[in-house]
Design a protein. Structure first.
Length: 257
């Protein structure tokens, strides 16, 4: 298997445009190793996993063990192509998803990696939208336009959060699933104890840029708490070149509880 050059982790950290400083009690979560369940772990998955583990090791050595990063692997078990607003559903059994090679990589760094399935996130998002349809005033960032549920974005003219099918059931779209992933991740960090700040680094395929940026804005406007930051790292697995996009919760006014 080909081996990519090491990513320049220090360059990433040196250029971060955060609204707060990373300190010894900043909680950090690194999402890396992403793959499509039907095809299994691929080159992007292993190279982004290694880059994420290198990042965690650097955070630990730079800011102290209090910042020891946690790792999570997001698995797309919804379909082969989720780069547009809509996801194509493909049946994949949970027991057939094997992340053990990535967990072994994490263990070699002295860490551990959990797994989050997009199907679980989609179901959570669907339940929330179902409740919102009963009480639209509970979330002023969303509105119903025909059968489409749109998000009030500051950056895009139209962001589809979900759509009603013929039976009136809402089908969440990719940006809403991304937002749900970030909410679940930050809540998980919050349950680990108090912290002055929380930061999540997410290694992402360049092809997924549009949906992830939309979803991150949705999280920041709808659910983020003070002193949280999302660092989206759009990674070229072959060259390890990357483009970081930073979202600071302090730049947004949270609009729902």
């Amino acid at each position: 298997m080909k081996t990519a050059p090491a990513m320049d982790i220090q360059a990433l950290l040196d250029d971060l445009d955060l609204s707060f400083e990373i300190t010894a009690d900043t909680q950090a979560l690194i999402s890396c190793g992403y793959f499509d369940a039907p095809t299994g772990i691929d080159y992007f998955s292993t190279s982004s996993m290694r880059a994420g583990l290198d990042l965690g090791r650097t955070l630990d050595s730079t800011y102290g063990p209090g910042t020891a990063a946690q790792y999570t692997v997001l698995v797309n078990d919804l379909g082969m192509d989720c780069s547009a607003d809509a996801c194509t559903l493909t049946k994949v059994r949970a027991e057939d998803i094997d992340i053990s090679p990535l967990q072994e990589m994490a263990a070699s760094y002295g860490g551990a990696a959990g797994v989050v399935r997009e199907k679980t996130l989609r179901n959570r998002a669907g339940r929330k939208i179902k409740n919102w349809l009963k009480d639209p005033e509970s979330d002023p960032t969303l509105r119903l336009d025909g059968n489409d549920i749109l998000f009030d974005s500051d950056s895009y003219p139209r962001v589809l959060a979900g759509a009603l099918n013929a039976s009136g059931t809402c089908i969440p779209r990719c940006p809403l699933i991304v937002s749900e992933f970030e909410e679940v991740s930050f809540r998980g960090l919050g349950r680990q104890g108090s912290a002055t700040s929380r930061i999540m680094f997410d290694f992402i395929r360049i092809a997924d840029r549009d949906k992830v940026i939309k979803g991150t804005e949705m999280y920041m406007k709808r659910r983020a708490r003070a002193r949280e930051a999302m660092v989206l790292i759009f990674l070229d697995a072959d060259t390890q070149d990357f483009v970081p996009v930073v979202f600071n919760s302090d730049d947004y006014q949270r609009e729902i509880g």
